[in-house]
Write a protein that binds this ligand. Structure first.
Ligand code: F0G
Length: 487
């Protein structure tokens, strides 16, 4: 096990900037094209940053999913993979690590996080059932509603406030949870789901204390408790640094306790473990048996679950590295650095800074664009035009329409600038802040978007939109005027 060194490294100058605790030994060339080309490319992509080819992107801040930098130890482990359909040694190694880290008995492999959600939903969600969670995630909700289930959210008042000092905005409101269970009836609840590092409200953590309270309540009511641990690494950093009774505890010890509170844990290993894959953990014979046939049906045999064994070896090492403070502190420190640089320009960002990425508040950035015209989607397209930076809309576009076809207006309109682990340098972060500062000065030029081609489910992935009016052309022209010889 690696040592967790929990000391913050300060600069003599007093400058508060992050320090990379790794060195770069392999690089990928980047291209930054002219603004005129960026305009043509975003038009071609239907103003949807998911549809941009990577060769046209300078800084890819779409997500951290599957694009975190891996360590030399991870690459080395990939060479030792045991490629066999059944009984692979790689599987046993990974299963043993997961038992060691979380204290759970069984490991069911799946090819990524939403595959775990598909299995969970198929095993436990029935028509008319309810799943209660601190907040939904897009793919989680889609799997539940597809099977006729519904989602209730039980976050506290502060959670949706983009300006806040609440250190744990992902915490459950216990009164809301109790009320929801009483109104629904425990027998109609498929499960309660805790999402670590609550993605859609800005990568906001949940405290260990809140997890304990939810767990005790679920045990009392005999309701299954599920943890989505995809974003646990960042959440762990915040538990360690923000939760008083955890400061002196080892990360491994904290994770063990988290494991003991849950009935089922699942994770996207595209995030947790810095590789590509996923898995479900439980100590219950009953739940294990219920889910294992679904793994063989949808994913692959029980000892690989649709993953490449090389990736499984990388996950194995990556998970152990997650217990090293100097590994898990990198994203939160870079998110904070970007957040502070944006705030210094008056740009509205979600506070306190969370994990995963810096979240720009489109509701305030482009307050003149109505929600029906997807302000966060429009801002994401404008950010690409301004700097070749690819962020992700997390607002109304990412919602599902109501059964009657009307829009579900999102509770927050955010553009997420994700910070994949150990990928970007500090000067690249400064470039992002610089281009957003230009855009903020010209924010009134940004207009709305409307659908040209709208898929029925998860429309944000593949949908194509067009600008309302010709604001994108005008914005590119203004950029060229302000930066005659700059990219
Ligand atoms: N749960 C959470 C909290 C996630 O953030 C994600 C993915 C998933 C489940 C699904 O996992 O992608 O492996 O199927 N989040 C990515 C993101 C897509 O960009 O935030 P997956």
């Amino acid at each position: 096990m690696l040592e967790s060194n929990c000391t913050k490294i300060n600069f003599f100058s007093g400058e508060d900037i992050p320090l990379e605790m790794h060195k770069v030994r392999m690089v990928q060339r980047l291209n930054l094209s002219e603004v005129e080309r960026r305009l043509a490319v975003i038009e071609e992509a239907g103003s949807n940053t998911f549809l941009l080819p990577n060769r046209e992107v300078f800084l890819d801040m779409l997500t951290d999913s599957g694009v975190n930098a891996m360590s030399e130890a991870q690459y080395a482990a990939m060479m030792m993979a045991d490629d066999s359909y059944a009984g692979s040694e790689t599987y046993y190694r990974l299963a043993a690590t997961l038992t060691d880290i979380f204290g759970t008995k069984y490991f069911l492999p799946a090819h990524q996080g939403r595959a775990c959600e598909n299995i969970l939903a198929n095993a436990f969600v029935t028509e008319g059932s309810t799943a209660i969670m601190n907040y939904h995630f897009t793919t989680t909700k889609a799997h539940i509603t597809r099977l006729g289930g519904r989602v209730i959210e039980a976050l506290g008042e502060q959670a949706l406030n983009t300006v806040s000092t609440d250190p744990f905005k992902g915490n459950f409101d216990m009164a809301k949870l109790r009320r929801s269970v009483e109104e629904t009836g425990p027998g109609n609840i498929s499960f309660v789901r805790i999402e670590a590092g609550t993605n859609l409200i800005g990568g906001q953590p949940i405290s260990l204390d809140s997890m304990r309270q939810v767990s005790a309540f679920c045990k009392e009511k005999k309701i299954m408790l599920v943890l989505d641990a995809s974003l646990l690494a960042d959440n762990l950093y915040f538990i360690k640094t923000r939760e008083a009774d955890c400061r002196a505890r080892e990360l491994a010890d904290i994770v063990r306790e988290i494991g003991s509170l849950m009935d089922i844990i699942y994770f996207s290993a595209r995030k947790l473990g810095c590789a590509r894959g996923g898995g479900i953990l439980t100590s219950s014979d009953e739940y294990f048996k219920k889910m294992r046939t679904l793994v063989t049906l949808y994913e692959g045999f029980l000892t690989y679950g649709g993953m490449s064994v090389r990736e499984m070896e990388a996950i194995n090492v990556g998970l152990r590295e997650t217990l090293d403070f100097n590994v898990i502190n990198q994203t939160p420190l870079f998110v904070e650095a970007l957040g502070k640089a944006l705030e210094a320009q008056g740009i509205p960002v979600v506070t306190p800074f969370g994990g995963l990425g810096c979240h720009v508040d489109a509701t305030r950035f482009v307050d003149h664009i109505p929600q029906e015209q997807y302000p966060a989607g429009a801002l994401a397209a404008a950010i690409y035009i301004a700097g070749g930076i690819r962020g992700m809309e997390r607002g109304t576009l990412s919602e599902q329409r109501q059964p009657d076809g009307s829009e579900t207006l999102a509770q927050m309109e955010l553009v997420r600038l994700a910070i994949p682990k150990r990928v970007f340098t500090y000067s690249q972060i400064k470039f992002v802040a610089d281009r957003l500062a230009w855009l903020y000065q010209n924010r009134r030029m940004i207009g709305g978007l409307e659908f040209e081609d709208e898929p029925e489910t998860l429309r944000f992935f593949l949908g194509k939109l067009r600008p309302v009016g010709d604001w994108q052309k005008a914005l590119a022209k203004k950029f060229r005027k302000d930066m005659p010889s700059g990219l």
